[in-house]
Design a protein around this ligand. Structure first.
Ligand code: MIG
Length: 789
């Protein structure tokens, strides 16, 4: 071994020294290790909290040219230049690229000989609005190059435009408020999740680069031989997260950065929003529009219009009497979420401003409170990097919950500003460590959401509902997400699916896009198609910008209302299924909305399926995403699939052409599924009845019944319906075992699909209600044994 390399082993940590550099390799558990080189001061992770490290037995081998660190599952070969290759036994998983960066050529520029000619050509091209890239390499202080296998697929990277597979594209992580139409070449949007998954069906892994500064990810764009990630600041600090399955990578990443907690049940319902709901009367009109048209609705969002001069934690008393108004709406079954931006109005006598100034809660520059402009005009920015500011902001949430508000929507928290971006040298306290805007920018929204979550929890002792636009890795612990200002464009409807699926693979479960599009005027057809797919997004919210065409379902004709109603009713009926998915998702680190590859990773046909997705492992949605289309090709993976629109079944492993007229979105249920639903409700509230929809096959399912809002479920104050089905030839056995720690339903309706025969309940033959598409039987909410033979 080269003498220049030495090491020290301390439990899970190996400190490796070579040529004045020190690299730390720390095993978190058998499948995750951290690679760390301190290039600046030490920092605490914003993404990872309460990290639990398991003891991992390590052995170290010394070779001529390298050091090999071995755990039970992984081994790492470290060279004296501190490059490393990662193996699973003998199988090479991830290899540092040993060459230099070598971008592809842009010949138009390199053909010019003199610098002068080049500059002139560049300037002309720029003047016409083209990019002015040249062949120079923009090096970063931190640059990690990994060998690119062109057969690998890269997933995750948080909220990015484009398709599922990121191979061949480049991205940056820098939270950005982007009002123009989001397109496939965009490098940044509102959220930063510096995490990618290298997928193939044998051995997948993820890399989480935990650096809050602007980071760069090139997934084989500048040269297909390698990918790289890097930054100009901070430390080299990344986690290698092994699978080998895609599922395991995602679950291991979530175990590192945090779980999505079970939301309040109500928030899984239907949300309506629009920038402009500025008076009590207007909100009444919207609510009545829903109720009068038999359209289900659960939550109304109040955008900035409700505030008194855009001052956060106030409302305009000439237009609302908030506490009473909210109570009145709640009596109709509708709850309220209000927006709160970070920008705090500079105004003498305004309590948030005065308090914040007195206690140094705001970000500073050159030792003075930093001022920029946002909606309220001149505004200052809470310094969420310090705990006392977060506590203050958190406590302020009570002002809103005392009005009866059920959740808080955080916007503009990139942070966005009207007088140009915040300068790099705006100062944040970071609990005494001091940090500049470059370091805090990408976690500003994350920390705001955290403060909001903790404040709401304290104020109500219920599960908080937070919605955020800006985020960082790990924000899923505190908040739901929407994808910001999309537009009423078909390409934005198309993009929603891969974007949301990659957000799920990045640990964000509670996600959605503005149904109908935020900017621009939606057409009837686009709104219908968007609603049909949007009702399946974990967060189901129609939202639009002020001054655009009205976008509520009843702003269009009767046909729109009736098709939109059908979609909303599907969502409302599926609430118990979504609730169970979130509950189990919190236990098992499983996101809710997923690309097909997550469940069918051995099936290559799923790898680039950008226009279909799964909700849990039982429901597959194959929406129409193009104008004028009334049929579409659908890929069905192995198994049997039941089309809920026409009640036909198909065998999988094939492409089919499905009818999808304007009023129909193809939706399939997988064999061996149990799906709990509510029958025809328009608002989520405590339900005494449930339906179990049973599709033949061998399966087991756990349905959870609890109060839907408190933390009691964590103390097991819930009733659990454990259903097990066994298929023996044409006979179906259904075992329902109820563990009652909350209460049981009054009625349980069993709907059994694709099965014929007589039903025996607890060994007695029962007269049943034979519907054309299923057998139906209504029982009490207790344990039973059903047999169909
Ligand atoms: O750009 O509060 O993305 O959802 O309606 C304006 C007004 C600021 C941007 C958010 C959008 C919201 C709007 N806000």
């Amino acid at each position: 071994m080269n003498k220049s390399i030495t090491y020290r082993l301390e439990k899970n940590k190996v400190f490796i020294k070579s040529n004045d550099r020190e690299l730390l390799i720390e095993f978190i558990n058998d499948k995750i290790f951290r690679v760390y080189e301190e290039l600046e001061r030490k920092t605490n992770s914003f993404a990872i909290e309460n990290l639990e490290t398991k003891d991992v037995e390590l052995s170290i081998e010394i070779n001529i040219d390298s050091l090999i660190i071995k755990s039970k599952i992984l081994s790492i070969k470290v060279y004296d230049n501190l490059m490393l290759d990662i193996y699973h036994f003998d199988k090479l998983l991830c290899e540092d690229y040993k060459g230099k960066r070598n971008p592809f050529k842009r010949h138009a520029i390199s053909t010019y000989e003199t610098d002068e000619e080049k500059e002139k050509a560049k300037a002309l091209s720029l003047a016409e609005g083209h990019e002015s890239n040249d062949d120079d390499v923009n090096h970063h202080k931190i640059e990690v190059l990994k060998v690119n296998n062109q057969n690998n697929i890269y997933y995750a990277l948080g909220e990015k435009t484009g398709f599922l597979n990121k191979q061949g594209y480049e991205y940056e992580m820098w939270n950005t408020d982007e009002p123009s139409a989001h397109l496939e070449y965009f490098k940044t949007l509102y959220k930063s999740v510096p995490f990618y998954i290298s997928f193939n069906n044998v051995a997948s892994y993820g890399i989480f680069f935990d650096n809050t500064y602007k980071t760069y990810f090139d997934m084989g764009k500048e040269n297909s031989e390698y990918i790289y990630f890097g930054s100009d600041n901070g430390n080299l600090d990344y986690y290698f997260i092994y699978g080998p399955s895609l599922k395991d990578v995602v679950s291991n990443y979530i175990s590192l950065t945090g779980k999505t907690p079970l939301p309040k049940r109500k928030m899984l319902g239907i949300h309506q929003s629009r920038w402009s709901y500025g008076t009590k009367e207007r909100v009444d009109e919207i609510i009545n529009g829903y109720i009068d048209n038999d359209l289900p609705l659960d939550v109304i969002h109040l955008d900035i219009d409700y505030m008194d001069n855009y001052k956060v934690f106030t409302y305009d008393k000439s237009r609302f009497d908030l506490k009473n108004n909210i109570e009145e709406w709640k009596n109709k079954g509708i709850e309220v979420v209000t927006i709160i931006d970070p920008g705090t109005k500079v105004e003498k006598g305004y309590f948030m401003y005065e308090d914040g100034i007195k206690n140094n809660y705001f970000a500073t520059r050159n030792n003075e409170v930093y001022v920029n402009s946002v909606w309220p005009g001149k505004s200052v920015f809470p310094d969420f990097s310090k705990e006392i500011t977060r506590n203050w902001w958190g406590k302020s949430q009570k002002i809103m919950t005392d009005f009866g508000v059920s959740g808080i929507w955080n916007d503009m928290n990139e942070p966005a500003s009207f007088e140009g971006p915040l300068p790099d040298d705006v100062e944040f306290d970071k609990d005494g460590q001091k940090a500049n805007h470059l370091e805090i920018h990408n976690v500003y929204g994350h920390l705001m959401a955290k403060a909001t979550f903790e404040g709401l929890k304290e104020a109500t002792n219920e599960r908080p509902y937070v919605l955020t636009r800006a985020a960082y890795a790990g924000s899923q612990k505190y908040t739901s997400f929407w994808t910001g200002d999309n537009q009423s464009l078909w390409i934005h409807l198309q993009m929603a699916i891969p974007m949301l699926c990659n957000m799920s693979l990045s640990g964000f479960s509670f996600i959605g896009t503005d149904i109908g599009g935020f900017g621009g005027d939606v057409t009837k057809e686009l709104l219908i198609r968007w609603a049909q797919v949007g009702v399946f997004f974990p967060l189901c919210r129609n939202h639009s910008a002020m001054m655009t065409r009205d976008q509520e379902p009843f702003s269009f004709d009767k046909e729109t209302i009736s098709i939109y109603r059908k979609a909303l009713k599907i969502r409302e009926s599926l609430i118990p299924y979504y609730y169970d998915l979130f509950y189990h998702g919190e236990q098992n680190n499983t996101p809710v909305m997923l690309p097909l590859v997550y469940y069918y990773q051995d099936d290559e046909n799923t790898y680039n399926l950008n226009d279909q997705f799964m909700i849990g492992d039982s429901i597959m949605v194959a929406p129409v995403l193009e104008q004028g289309k009334t049929k579409r090709m659908v890929y069905l993976p192995k198994g049997t699939w039941y089309n809920i629109n026409n009640h036909k079944t198909y065998t999988g492993n094939q492409y089919i052409v499905e009818d999808a007229p304007l009023d129909t979105c193809p939706i399939y249920v997988k064999d061996s599924s149990i799906i709990p639903t509510y029958d025809n409700i328009n608002h989520i509230n405590e339900q005494n009845n449930i339906v179990f929809n049973i599709f033949p096959g061998n399966s087991s399912y756990e349905h959870i019944y609890d109060d839907g809002k408190s933390y009691d479920y964590r103390n097991n104050i819930l009733t659990s319906y454990n259903i097990k089905t066994t298929q023996i030839n044409d006979n179906l056995l259904i075992d329902v075992d109820v563990t009652n720690n909350y209460k049981t339903y009054e009625n349980v309706i069993y709907r059994i699909y694709n099965t014929k025969g007589n039903i025996f309940v607890d060994d007695k033959l029962i007269d049943t209600n034979n519907k054309s598409n299923y057998l139906e039987i209504k029982l009490d909410g207790l344990s039973h044994k059903l047999e169909i033979k």
